[in-house]
Design a protein around this ligand. Structure first.
Ligand SMILES: C[S@@+](CC[C@H](N)C(=O)[O-])C[C@H]1O[C@@H](n2cnc3c(N)ncnc32)[C@H](O)[C@@H]1O
Length: 238
């Protein structure tokens, strides 16, 4: 597990390492960065993603890892989930639904989270991760791009002339909590993802294990989590 994702896996661990196989829905799961490791832990994972290329890579990776029968790729959009994973009469049936690094690019983040919430069984858990606006501002500034950093701070497109498609959204913790609550989910506390790992380049010489331990120590407390590259929280469907 890369050091930058240490806090996410630590939060998921009590759920996914408990030994009980879960039905997992990975919205925008792409090529299986999360789906394949979860299938290796014994879970049954369905990835919904619009990208045929990503789904083809997902299938290859799952087969190579020997978990092809537990990973299912479905082509579809997060904000139209009900079209590809219909809910049962009594609501959803998934134990765990992931939405990681996807709210930045979907047409409608609120609709995506509402659809995801509907797909969960009562008591099921949503795992939501997004880019953090404050972290993006600092990262652009530290990379020598103060004009882009200011645009990000003011929620403007940092590169309007270059962009062939809309800029990726970034979120504040308050934005993310409001979206999660707006979808009818009960959020737990949020953590910062990659407080320092993304700032270290490969030549820093820092020992990966030490960076991982530092990430875990920084993830839950302010002011460190406030400037992380990403945000993550778990939320429950009542
Ligand atoms: C940055 S990747 C994240 C992949 C994975 N969730 C992870 O954390 O490694 C964003 C993914 O969102 C997918 N995506 C784009 N638009 C989407 C949509 N409308 N609904 C669901 N997924 C979408 C992309 O195809 C891509 O696989």
């Amino acid at each position: 597990m890369p050091a930058r994702a240490a806090a996410v896996w630590a939060a998921l661990d009590p759920l996914v390492a408990a030994g009980r196989p879960l039905r997992v829905l990975d919205v925008g799961g792409g090529s299986g960065t999360l789906a394949v490791p979860l299938a290796r832990l014994g879970h049954d994972v369905t990835v919904v993603d619009p990208s045929a290329d990503a789904l083809a890579t997902l299938t290859r990776r799952a087969q190579t890892a020997g978990v092809g029968e537990r990973v299912h790729g479905v082509q579809g959009d997060g904000d139209q989930l009900h079209e590809v994973v219909p809910a049962g009469e009594d609501g959803g049936s998934w134990d765990l639904a992931l939405c990681h690094s996807v709210l930045e690019v979907v047409d409608d983040p609120a609709a995506t989270l509402r659809e995801l919430a509907r797909a969960l069984r009562p008591g099921g858990t949503a795992s939501v991760a997004s880019a953090n606006r404050a972290g993006a501002v600092l990262a652009r500034a530290a990379a020598g791009h103060p004009v882009e950093a200011l645009a990000l701070l003011e929620d403007r497109d940092p590169a309007p002339r270059r962009a062939a498609r809309p800029a990726r959204r970034r979120f504040s913790p308050e934005d993310l909590l409001a979206l999660v609550e707006g979808a009818g989910l009960q959020p737990g506390s949020w953590r910062g993802v990659s407080v320092v790992a993304d700032l270290l380049d490969a030549t820093s010489g820092a020992a990966p294990d030490a960076v991982r331990r530092l990430e875990l120590a920084l993830a839950e407390s302010s002011p460190y989590r406030d400037v992380a590259a990403g945000l993550h929280l778990l939320a429950t469907r009542p």
